[in-house]
Write a protein that binds this ligand. Sequence first.
Ligand code: ASP
Ligand code: MG
Length: 405
Amino acid sequence: MSLVVQKYGGTSVADPERIRSVADHVARTSRQGNEVLVVVSAMGKETDDLIRLSGEVSRVRPGREMDMLITAGERKATALLVMALHDLGVDAASYTGSQAGIITDSTHTKAKILEIRGDRLRAALTAGKVPVVGGAQGMSADDRDVTFLGRGGSDTTAVALAHALGGDACELYTDVSGVFTADPRIVPTARRLQRVSYEEMLEMCASGCPKPEMRSVEFARTWKVPLHVRSSFTWEPGTWIREEDPTMEQAIISGVVADSSEAKVTVTGVPDRPGIAARLFRALADNHVNVDMIVQNVSVHGSTDISFTVPKDDLDAGLRVTAAMRDEIGGSDVLADREIARVSLIGAGMKTHPGIAAKMFETLADEGVNIDMISTSPIRISCVVRAHQIDEAVQSLHHAFGLER
Ligand code: ASP
Ligand code: MG
């Protein structure tokens, strides 16, 4: 018998009708002779609503109480889904993260999983039950408090349980039918990928692809859990995320990803000496500013410019820290640029195919898109461009690399 772990996101269980439809699918999977373990997110936008509600009540919002509040969303969804399963004659039982034996550290609002004591779920499966576990939650080892794994954390719960219980696959059900060569809202001819490697998916996540949650893909890669991203609206087969198959030729390019969530900070005229970048980025790190791309220019007459990107939410903090450091490190100006976006080309095949960067830059040049910053990994090339040109950049690259249907 194989064990299938199915995770249903918020839109998949947004209302009673959706919950019943999910229950149908779980029942079908179980009647096909599989063991099924289900992980659910909170219904619809409930997590956002609970966070908003807390802001209307409190300015302090203590982490311990935030976690107690937020995890109530998933708990509610588990009980409702189990009731719908009972209506279909499927023996099922709901579990909070704590009851499921998911042990975490005490970092409230973004706890890390330390250990999974799967015996209770294992016993339920052996007794022929379908366990339904609340996503993104656990219990802290030290204080035995309820903890929340962070936004999107249900994917991580599902992958961790699949690993701990020896699941054959982990299905992530959502409102899109898989991972695409580009966002279909920007490129209508974008194609669903049948499979993509963990490495490529991680680069896509880091480049702005919103789903699945990056941490869950990292876990899946470490533990070699195959992931299947698919739709709970059409139930059609989606995209498999798994190890590269050495017997199959790799697509050169798998996708184009856009990210408009970052802004750029530049500090000009800093001395080109050892320790300058170290001091600036240490100060940024100590102030929890999450820095992404960094570019330092060639120095002219002993001074240079340093630019870096940060999430737009971190821009004010980034500017404050950089301005405060300017005198200490000896820079002239600190500039902010919100009107940037990043386009990334991802593909395992670029490791062995020369000319991908040249073709990318030529394509952007032909579109009249100026490149502001460039960064690369062995399987990714990213360019920062003007925000208003990002759609053209994605469309032209998608076409130039022949990614359409
Ligand atoms: N409901 C939580 C969130 O919206 C956890 C999850 O869906 O993964 O972030
Ligand atoms: Mg969600």
